[in-house]
Design a protein around this ligand. Structure first.
Ligand code: B3K
Ligand code: ZN
Length: 868
């Protein structure tokens, strides 16, 4: 690369020298030459006669100041500098852009037949030169001119205020957004759609028009998104007291989109994956995903749009908080325990892996080269865990008081993470000064706990030691304030009240020092302790539980999450033990009691089926990999497969009985029905490994009346490599080839196939008429699934998986660097593998580093990985 991209540091933040209070945009839309006129009211904030604007890939056509042509400016790399300006002025800029050639899908681009935009984080600068930073908030008006036949719908933020017809088949619409906003929340969409319409009346009586725009012919797939939107609006009023603030809320589903969705003010743009669903095309998980993402973007209207971020280092201010809010929404509407389990699986799997990788960073990063690289599991999911810990420390009431104060102080402004914590602290009188370290320290802390019971004194002591291993960018670590949720049980399952120094105490222990002891009095028998209930902090727990204690907790813990977690710890013990045995050439084994414990769960009449399904699901290969310093890919795979088979053989009758009894005639997405399907299909995934597996799976595929059961059969056939796999796959592709979104499910089965020839099948699949390297969803389904979820073949000893990844990354570096940069993550973790594999991965990274047009997205990650 010619010039190394420059990093930005959080500590260097400077407030802007100029601000823009109003911007009037006019778009004259044409596929390859769209003209953008931007008329901005600019005001000097600090003494400076030079205005420096951000801009990329723009052709500048004209510059005017207060209506006069202005030639006193210079265009440099990524900037427009305009000189000798008065303190206040109107700036008119004309630029031309090429939406059709915009394959990076940032700024204004064409998705299928429609024009759409993506501006977060720094995409607005690909539309016009601007102060493209979140602490510049302006009122936007937007006039869109386009061909009427091709683009009957012209949409932007706010309310529609005017429209008209022009000659030669063109028309125009003008929008006005009354809420000042940063440029990253700007949106424009133009195209032809089907529209699903509804209405919502807020608590205070505001009538809001709800409109969901989908590709023609997809109206019968938009209903669930609408229901989810209405549920989100209600929930935010009920739980957070927050109402919507415009007369219209629009969602547009597009097929070409780099992420899940975008919360643009009043005009969300969504990846069609998170809008379109009916029982024929979507699985239960797709339905849940839609509910969560629709909720997430809606909740951003307050946490993100009304109060935005001062600078991009503060991203977790809006993202961590909004993820917390969407997790609570899903938990209030569905099963709290199942939601918690799934969120914790993400933290313990990929987030812990990110913490241990060269990309490790605090939830509020200190150094960034490409902002798009920091929309991470750490900022989002760990960020949400940090908010959850504040919620645990303050309780719901205190937390809501904090939210209220936060909005009182910061509504309509750009704030910082410190502002948020200050509001929480001031509203509750809980001291969060130590707690704030979670924002600045990266890495995963370990909590080592041991205990003693003193029969005579009747005391139970917990000794807690915390430590956080050094991460690549931050060697020194300090102790954190960790809320540790515990409970003690007597042998008969009764809860032992917690008492310290003669006083009753709550379940939440405040761990603040490197080493601390907690002595509980009046404990009349040696208790069983349940630790880190609800996963009360994003840490690794080490405690030497006996099998009996874990089985006891699986049966008696009062908290569902803790019961599940005990089951996972029991499995973890035997996964580790068997990996070690395999490495020493010893035989696999799993004790009878462990199998009995899982048999008990499966037969339990009291537990919700969806929850039982979680009990019966093993930790992922990725999560298990995180338990070892050096990952033995094949040993882990072999042990996980053996456990699956041993459980299938030993629990065959119970699995089969459960499978039969849970059959449902009708398909509904009620939570109860969904839970039953999940458990039934979990049983199928075990039964597939037995002699009758092939006929059972085949029969389910044939009789399925919904996509969940269809996909469960195909996934089982795929993973167990059943003889019927090919027949099912070809039947499915002949039915669905016309629909990319549905075919993504098929692509991801191709990507995760355990068959030896998987890589050549993937390469062949890239020629499938429905596949395209231009579409991020297709790339993620086929190639992303191979890199992230097919560890055995991605890490093949001959290096073929790495070579393939390298090739794809070099291609995507040019067409879509953002997608390339997401895809590369598994390659960054090279140090976790043996020397032979490391060498091959390094070679691919070096090949990338040597490219002279390496985008800064990949540059940032590749250099970090090679530095390590
Ligand atoms: N805020 C957007 C993500 C933007 C990503 C930019 N690369 C979606 C969300 O978190 O809701
Ligand atoms: Zn978000």
């Amino acid at each position: 690369m010619s010039q190394s991209p420059q990093a930005k540091y959080r500590k260097d933040y400077q407030s802007p020298e100029h601000t823009i209070s109003h911007i009037d945009l006019t778009f004259d839309l044409h596929d390859t030459a769209t003209q953008v006129t931007a008329v901005s009211k600019v005001k000097q904030l600090k003494k400076s006669e030079t205005l420096v604007l951000d801009g990329e890939q723009l052709s500048l056509l004209a510059v005017e100041v207060d209506g006069q042509v202005w030639s006193d400016y210079q265009e440099t790399e990524g900037r427009l500098e305009i000189y000798h300006l008065p303190p206040e002025f109107t700036l008119t800029l004309k630029t031309e852009i090429n939406p059709l050639e915009n394959t990076a899908l940032e700024g204004l681009y064409k998705s299928g037949g429609a024009f759409c935009t993506q501006c977060e984080a720094e995409g607005f600068r690909r539309i016009t030169y601007y102060l493209d930073r979140p602490d510049v908030l302006a009122k936007f008006t937007t006039k869109i001119i386009a061909d009427k036949t091709e683009n009957p719908f012209l949409l932007s933020n706010g309310n529609k205020v005017d429209s008209g017809e022009l000659d030669s088949g063109r028309h125009w619409v003008k929008w006005e957004d009354p809420h000042p906003k940063p440029a990253y929340l700007f949106a424009l969409v133009a195209g032809d759609f089907d529209v699903l319409r509804d209405q919502y009346v807020t608590g205070s009586g505001r009538h809001v028009d709800l409109e969901i725009f989908v590709d023609k012919g997809n109206l019968n797939r938009a209903g669930h998104a609408m229901t989810s939107l209405i549920n989100s609006m209600k929930w935010d009023e009920e739980r957070f007291g927050l109402e919507y603030d415009l007369d219209i809320y629009m969602i547009v589903a597009v097929d070409f989109f780099n992420m899940g969705a975008m919360e643009n003010k009043g005009l969300n743009v969504f990846n069609s994956k998170f809008v379109l669903a009916n029982e024929e095309t979507a699985t239960d998980n797709d339905y849940l995903g839609i509910e969560a993402v629709i909720g997430h973007e809606y909740f951003h209207n307050w946490t993100g749009n009304r109060v935005t971020c001062r600078d991009w280092f503060q991203l977790s201010l809006k993202e961590g908080l909004t993820v917390f809010r969407d997790q609570e929404f899903s938990s209030d509407l569905g099963s709290r325990a199942v939601n918690r389990i799934n969120n914790v699986r993400i933290i313990r799997g990929p987030q812990f892996a990110e913490d241990a990788s060269p990309m490790s960073h605090p939830i509020r990063p200190d150094k960034v080269i490409e902002m798009n690289n920091f929309y991470t599991l750490t900022v989002y999911e760990k960020g949400s865990e940090v908010i959850r810990m504040i919620h645990t420390l303050l309780g719901e009431e205190g937390f809501q008081k904090g939210m209220k104060l936060y909005f009182e102080r910061h509504d309509g402004t750009a704030a910082t993470c410190d502002d948020f914590v200050a509001a929480m602290q001031d509203a509750s009188d809980v001291d969060l000064s130590d707690f704030k370290r979670w924002y600045s320290q990266s890495g995963t802390p370990t909590l080592k706990v041991d205990s003693q019971y003193d029969t005579e004194a009747q005391t139970f002591t917990l000794n807690v030691a915390q430590s956080t291993p050094a991460t690549q960018e931050q060697k020194e670590k300090q102790a954190l304030h960790i809320p540790l949720d515990i409970e003690l049980y007597a042998k008969n399952g009764d809860v032992i009240p917690l008492q310290c120094n003669g006083l009753k105490v709550t379940n939440i222990l405040d761990v603040k020092q490197e080493k601390e002891s907690f002595v509980f009095e009046n404990v009349q028998e040696k208790p069983v302790v349940s630790l880190l209930r609800e996963f009360s902090a994003p840490v690794k727990l080490e405690y030497d539980y006996s099998d009996q204690e874990l089985i006891f907790l699986m049966n008696y813990a009062k908290n569902d999450f803790a019961r599940w977690d005990a089951g996972q710890m029991l499995l973890a013990k035997y996964i580790r033990e068997n990996v070690a045995k395999l490495q020493q050439g010893k035989a696999f084994s799993l004790p009878e009691e462990v199998l009995d414990a899982f048999r008990g769960v499966l037969l339990s009449q009291k537990l919700e089926p969806a929850f039982v399904a979680e009990f019966m699901s093993l930790p992922s290969h990725n999560e298990v990999s995180g338990w070892f310093d050096t990952v033995d890919v094949d040993a882990i795979d072999s042990v996980l497969t053996s456990i699956k088979k041993v459980i299938a053989v030993n629990l065959e009758d119970e699995l089969m009985a459960t499978y039969r009894v849970l059959e449902q005639k009708e398909y509904t997405i009620e939570h109860d029905a969904l839970g039953k399907r999940t458990l039934r299909n979990t049983c199928l995934s075990y039964l597939a490994h037995l002699d009758d597996g092939n006929s059972l799976v085949h029969a389910q595929y044939q009789s399925a009346n919904n996509m969940t059961d269809t996909m469960a059969a195909m996934a089982a056939a795929n993973l167990a490599q059943l003889p019927c796999r090919e027949e099912l796959m070809s039947d499915f592709s002949s039915k669905w080839s016309h629909d990319g979104l549905v075919m993504d499910k098929w692509f991801s089965l191709q990507g995760t196939s355990p068959a030896e020839n998987v890589l050549s099948v993937i390469k062949e699949t890239m020629n499938h008429p429905t596949f395209s390297l231009k579409n991020p969803n297709r790339i993620r389904s086929l190639i992303g699934s191979f890199l992230n979820a097919n560890p055995v073949h991605f890490h093949a000893k001959d290096g073929s998986g790495y070579e393939f990844a390298g090739e794809i990354l070099r291609t995507l570096n040019e067409s879509n660097p953002q997608v390339a940069s997401r895809l590369i993550d598994p390659m960054l973790k090279l140090r976790r593998y043996d020397a032979h594999r490391q060498k091959m991965m390094r070679k691919e990274l070096e090949n990338l580093a040597a490219m002279d047009n390496l985008a800064k997205d990949l540059y940032e990650k590749v250099t970090k990985a090679l530095e390590a």
